[in-house]
Ligand binder design. Structure first.
Ligand SMILES: [Zn+2]
Length: 107
């Protein structure tokens, strides 16, 4: 004996699917904010500004794993660099935080 599941209109299916997608995007953004480099409180430590672009190139976009393009680079002070980046693939923008410091320097 087999019971057919009640059919749902295609539009409802689509809405549920899109809601799920939005949730995934939000979750990924939240995780990116908590990750190192996602905020001024948790910057990525770099020994010199020269390596920042290389580090950016090695970081995949949390949404689509695409590569970032550096839009602008600010130095608000205290050895901190705020890099405004945009994903080349999905176009999402974010700020990645770096701090100029030797990696072994205590906090
Ligand atoms: Zn992306």
């Amino acid at each position: 004996m087999s019971r057919k599941r009640p059919e749902r209109p295609a539009r409802t299916e689509k809405r549920v699917f899109e809601r799920g997608l939005r949730q995934v995007v939000r979750d990924r953004e939240r995780i990116a904010l908590l990750a190192v480099g996602g905020s001024a409180e948790h910057p990525i430590r770099v020994p010199s500004p020269a390596v920042i672009e290389g580090r950016l190139a090695a970081m995949p976009c949390p949404q689509c794993a695409g590569a970032y393009r550096l839009v602008e680079d600010e130095a608000p002070g205290g050895g901190v660099r705020a890099c405004r980046v945009t994903c080349r693939q999905c176009g999402v923008s974010r700020t990645l935080w770096f701090k100029l410091a030797p990696p072994d320097e205590p906090n």
